[in-house]
Design a protein around this ligand. Structure first.
Ligand SMILES: Cc1ncc(COP(=O)(O)O)c(C=O)c1O
Length: 371
């Protein structure tokens, strides 16, 4: 038996195929077509965002958010350090400087106290913060919103992994001026590659849409006053995305069930700690992430791989990445400790409880031997 970390979960009624066939039959497989609007609408409906724009990836959605907010050369942009490169790279695309802030132990997400301390000591405030909700678990939004409001920092939420996650009943991605979701192949819902930008700001979405369409001016011929990007999503991929969105509740429920089953299986075992959750948060548990005491997670990962169990180290903090060795950082050691202790466990929504228990038993068995 092979246990994957997170693979696409296509619907039993073949809805993705049905919608793709419809797009093909109507010869609508390019960057226009009804599935794009319907996919955007489905995301707006689930999240409560006023506007949504479907694009080629979560990374391009973040890039567009920065452009639309006028962030550019020489600007400082704060960012969660405990995240994936797609969260931080767009800062460099616009010529801005990333400033990485560490996580808090209670949520594994950006530490609002560190953020406040950093901003207090700073004469010129960074323009924006890209805040990640890591592994689909919401950050400490009350405190982060308060600090951002007090210092006039524009909030952009990287909710790439957090579709369906809420904090105080409000959807992640809708707290800030802009938010993004990824529909990459390993996500809880996928369009086979893609992203969505959400906002309540009409001008922001219009600007983002303009830059996603190679900055074409509204004229009969192709006129360009600016350099844009070819970031529009294809109607074919939107067809897949829409079909996936129609099963959002089932898929989110399954990921949460899987987390619960791991939690029950590891209960009372002091060597394993699962990712915590803020009291006001209801995360989607995209990936169940665990810390292992007294064990090298990479050795454990290799042993599990030999048994057909795919795991993955936690994200290596951005401030420790060679490519960002030049970047400013304000860190406490939390994210480095997480990276040194943790693994993401198989979390595919197709997994049955018995399969989750089998993986958990394999892990505890290995810990018994190693240590
Ligand atoms: C936290 C985070 N940010 C950004 C991204 C970028 O999304 P994409 O792969 O769709 O560009 C991802 C996903 O891969 C992610 O996990």
């Amino acid at each position: 038996m092979k246990y994957n970390l997170s693979i696409p979960h296509l619907s039993d009624d073949k809805r993705e195929l049905k919608y793709i066939a419809e797009a093909m039959e109507n010869n609508n497989i390019g960057s226009v077509g009804k599935f794009i609007a319907e996919f955007e609408y489905a995301v707006r409906k689930l999240t409560g965002a006023k506007y949504a724009l479907a694009v080629t990836s979560g990374t391009s959605a973040l890039h567009l958010a920065l452009i639309a907010l006028g962030i550019g050369k020489g600007d400082d942009v704060l960012a969660s350090t405990f995240t994936y490169i797609g969260s931080a790279a767009p800062i460099t695309y616009v010529g801005a400087n990333p400033v990485f802030i560490d996580s808090e132990a209670g949520t594994w997400n950006l530490d609002p106290n560190l953020l406040e301390d950093f901003l207090k000591a700073r004469r010129k405030c960074p323009k924006a913060l890209i805040l990640t909700h890591i592994y689909g678990q919401p950050a400490n939004m009350d405190d982060i919103m308060m600090v951002c409001g007090r210092f006039g920092v524009t909030l952009i939420e990287d909710a790439a992994e957090a579709i369906g996650a809420t904090y105080d009943e409000r959807h992640c991605g809708t707290f800030g001026t802009a938010g993004i979701f990824s529909f990459a192949g390993n996500k809880l819902l996928t369009s086979g590659g893609g992203g969505i930008l959400v906002t309540d700001d009409k001008r922001l979405i219009e600007t983002a849409s303009y830059y996603a369409s190679n900055a074409r001016e509204p004229m009969m011929h192709h006129e360009h006053n600016n350099i844009g990007y070819n970031y529009r999503m294809s109607n074919l991929l939107a067809a897949v995305g829409l079909a996936q969105m129609e099963f959002a509740n089932e898929r989110i429920y399954a990921r949460r069930r899987i987390f619960k089953t791991y939690e029950n299986a590891f209960a009372g075992d002091g060597r394993i700690k699962l990712m915590p959750q803020h009291i006001k948060a209801s995360g989607n548990r995209w990936l169940t992430a665990a810390l292992f005491d007294g064990v090298d997670p990479k050795k454990l990962m290799v042993k599990l791989a030999n048994q057909g169990i795919e795991t993955r180290p936690l994200w290596k903090p951005m401030h420790t990445q060679p490519v960002f060795s030049y970047a400013e950082k304000y860190v406490s050691g939390v994210s480095e400790r997480l990276f040194g202790m943790g693994l993401c466990l198989p979390s595919c929504s197709q997994m049955t409880d018995a399969q989750v228990r089998a993986v958990a038993a394999e892990i505890t068995g290995m810990l018994d031997i190693t240590g």
